[in-house]
Design a protein around this ligand. Structure first.
Ligand code: GCB
Length: 741
């Protein structure tokens, strides 16, 4: 990481006037707010940097859902953010001299790629535990216009797995260790007017100090998230605080009447003169109406970085209330120089969601003072044939599926995920468990501890302003309840508390005593339990949970993982519990596993969260089971996101209100018996079955499951139709399959 410049300053000024709607007082007389959309450097035009310019944040519609925008104030922002997606050259392997501008990347072996990119898109998903883990080199030229002079230029990497060395024009800017967090380097001193050459060496070979050391997923190498060229005025919001936005927002004392707003704004004076920074933090509601404006000043010596605390109040706050009402305010932090108030401004827009929550050992989770059942899924970020190199369309598709199933929460396992996905969670109202990749093995080496700490700090600071995130995960399944593991978890839990006292830390435990040391460090305890898959049978879950609750009556318990593998191509009725590492994972077994688990889970309110493993099938190159090598098939949706398994509809029937009906075992084809059992999931109370046009019967069910045993099938193709009705008897959903015999 780049080093923080200068000493720290801390001073606080407050303007608790929540009614401010006018021009911030530091703007020169006569400078009026500019109407939305008529000024600024927005748009996605190509720039001198040869990249894709991100729109001016001032012009981005509010995330609050109603499309409101914050009024533009004063001259346009002096900040630009350009994505470097096209035009990269890539070499899979080690190269000498590739960081030098004169190096010839037209040689054999170099190829054109776009970023996000991974070199493991195929070999890390096909099994055999043999994907290439090692170095890869990326090179990209761009032409820098003279207009950047006097500003600071940063290179921002949203993630690179797992160790990255960054060079600009042959000069080494630094190294980042850790495959999931963003990092930035100040590139100003190495930058030239005209042609610039960025070279990045990324390496995903195992290294002993960078978690995860091992895990049940593939570690795709490369620049798998975006690379940005960020240009800011010399006086700017700090970009070097663990690659955070430089602005930290918090609320407290939330009531119907008011909420206290706290903003910590970090400012860096990157100029050669001392400056006084004028800071304004304005809050607009979802309609774009200004509801608070905090202002303050911060004197900074040349090269110095400081922090300003601003406090204010928001009257009658509209709360961020999960899926019911994920209301977002929009905060604009603006910075000008007192010497030159009409000069370059730095501007940053961040989301703000006002909410409070609690977790109780007996009654579970509450949001804004009301109990809320947190049920949902774990999510891995990889995709078939793309690995981790995905974009917004893939994130959107994942989110749409999670929402369609009716989840209220998501555990974004096992590592920091894309900021875009946390944004989606803010907007959709999903409660988030975010975590670091401390998975399985650890070492007592101080360098390992240091890197784990670094990754936790990066996760928290980079994601701090997302209202959806309520829990920081400090680890998953450390295998041995020994002194080094306990020391590390103790240290990480304390670090999470000191970084962010407004949220709770959590831990996903497994594989050693449930009442041992490991699950005692975080504020909350969660367990990965696979009754009916790796151990015992699925009917044992409820008794296990009750015994644990009795043994740890003050612990706040959750089920962080439970799941069973399922193939879309393998079927059995009635299903038997399969061999977990075998190649036969019938889809029907996953369904009965989840039916039993949910029945046990929904009656245990003391569990503050329930997270299925996993929403999507994912790559684990060491596995060879089910119908595809290299795949963990516990997803409720296939790896390509094209097919929802039956168990998806089981949860949808329990969690989602829009009427639907689903005939299970639809892929069980052809049928070999003359009579079959037909099972249907629906969130409606009645269902009518017809086979080949003839009525079989109408059933009523309060459990969301409808069963017709021993239904006769004809030789040849059979048309099966189910119509589901509401309590008044109106037919409002239908499903059809055809089965041959
Ligand atoms: C676990 C791990 C997860 C695995 C999962 C499984 O407990 O936390 O990373 O993928 O089990 O499927 O075995």
């Amino acid at each position: 990481m780049a080093v923080l410049a200068g000493a720290w300053l801390a001073c606080t000024s407050s303007k608790p006037d929540g009614s401010a709607t006018g021009v911030p007082s530091f703007l020169a007389p006569g400078v009026e707010p500019t109407p939305t959309g008529t000024a600024g450097s927005g748009g996605s035009t190509a720039t001198g940097s040869g990249g894709e310019m991100l729109p001016n944040p001032m012009l981005v519609p509010s995330g609050g859902g109603s499309g409101g925008t914050t009024p533009l104030l004063g001259p346009p922002s002096g900040r630009s953010d350009t994505l470097l997606r096209e035009g990269w050259r890539f070499f899979a392997g080690e190269v000498t001299g590739a960081e030098q501008p004169g190096y010839d990347d037209g040689q054999l072996g170099w190829q054109d790629v776009t970023v996000p990119h991974t070199w493991n898109a195929q070999d890390a998903q096909d099994g055999g535990s043999n994907y290439r883990r090692g170095a890869g080199w990326y090179r990209r030229h761009w032409s820098e216009p003279a207009s950047t002079a006097g500003r600071r230029v940063y290179l921002q990497f949203d993630a690179a797995n797992s160790v990255a060395d960054v060079y600009l024009n042959g000069r080494r800017l630094g190294q980042h260790r850790g495959g999931y967090s963003a990092f930035r380097f100040d590139a100003t001193a190495a930058l030239r007017e005209g042609d610039n050459l960025l070279a990045v060496r990324v390496d995903n070979a195992a290294v002993p100090d960078v978690p995860p050391l091992s895990a049940d997923f593939s570690f795709f190498g490369g620049l798998y998230r975006d690379v940005h060229l960020v240009v800011v005025p010399a006086l700017h919001l700090d970009l070097e605080d663990a690659a955070s936005p430089g602005v930290y927002l918090n609320t407290s004392e939330v009531s119907a009447a008011s909420a206290e707003l706290h903003a910590r704004v970090r400012v860096r004076n990157g100029s050669a003169e001392s400056e006084t920074a004028r800071v304004a933090v304005s809050v607009a509601d979802a309609d774009g109406v200004l509801v608070a404006n905090l202002e303050g000043e911060l004197p900074l010596a040349a090269g110095q970085t400081g922090e300003l605390g601003l406090d204010g109040e928001i009257a009658e706050p509209h709360l961020w209330n999960g899926r019911l009402d994920p209301y977002l305010y929009r905060v604009t932090a603006q910075l000008t120089s007192a010497r030159d108030p009409l000069g370059d401004r730095d501007v940053l827009v961040q989301p703000l969601g006002i909410r409070f929550f609690s977790v109780d050992a007996n009654s579970g989770f509450s949001l804004n003072g009301r109990p809320l059942d947190l049920h949902g899924v774990n999510r891995h970020q990889d995709r078939i044939n793309r690995g981790w190199a995905i974009g917004e369309a893939e994130h959107d598709e994942d989110m749409a599926l999670i929402v369609e199933m009716g989840a209220s929460a998501v555990r974004l396992a096992h590592y920091q995920q894309a900021q875009y996905f946390y944004d989606l969670c803010d907007r959709e109202g999903l409660v988030v468990w975010a975590e670091i990749p401390l998975v399985d093995a650890i070492t007592a080496d101080p360098a390992f501890t240091e890197n784990s700490r670094q990754q936790l700090i990066e996760l928290i600071r980079q994601s701090y302003n997302h209202p959806s995130i309520l829990f920081w995960g400090i680890g998953n399944e450390q295998r041995t309840d020994d002194a080094p593991s306990n020391a590390l978890l103790g240290e990480l839990a304390a670090l999470a508390r000191s970084e962010d006292a407004s949220r709770l830390s959590t831990y996903a435990h497994c594989c050693s005593s449930d009442t041992g040391g490991l699950p005692q460090h975080a504020d909350l305890s969660a367990y990965n339990e696979y009754f009916g898959w790796y151990t015992g049978n699925y009917d044992q879950f409820g008794a296990w949970a009750d015994a644990l609750h009795a043994a740890r009556p003050t612990a706040r318990l959750a089920l962080s993982e439970y799941g069973a593998g399922a193939s879309l191509n393998q079927h059995q009725d009635p299903p038997q519990q399969p061999a977990t590492d075998g190649t036969f994972h019938p889809e029907e077994y996953q369904s009965v596993f989840h039916e039993a688990h949910w029945a046990a889970l929904e009656t245990r309110p003391y569990l503050w969260g329930k997270f299925i493993w996993n929403m999507f099938d994912f790559a684990s190159d060491t596995r060879n089971e089910g119908d595809a090598p290299g795949r963990n098939d516990k997803g409720l949706v296939s790896y390509d996101r094209k097919t929802k398994k039956d168990a998806f509809f089981w949860y949808k029937a329990n969690w989602f209100s829009e009427p639907f009906v689903h005939i299970t075992s639809r892929r069980f084809e052809p049928r070999t018996t003359a009579n079959i059992d037909i099972k249907v999931y629906s969130n409606l109370p009645r269902a009518i079955l017809r086979v080949n046009g003839s009525l079989v019967s109408e059933l009523e069910s309060p459990t969301h499951i409808f069963r017709w045993p021993g239904v006769p099938l004809l030789q040849g193709v059979n048309q099966v139709e189910v119509v589901a009705r509401d309590a008044n008897g109106a037919a409002i959903a239908m499903d059809r399959v055809s089965w041959s015999r």
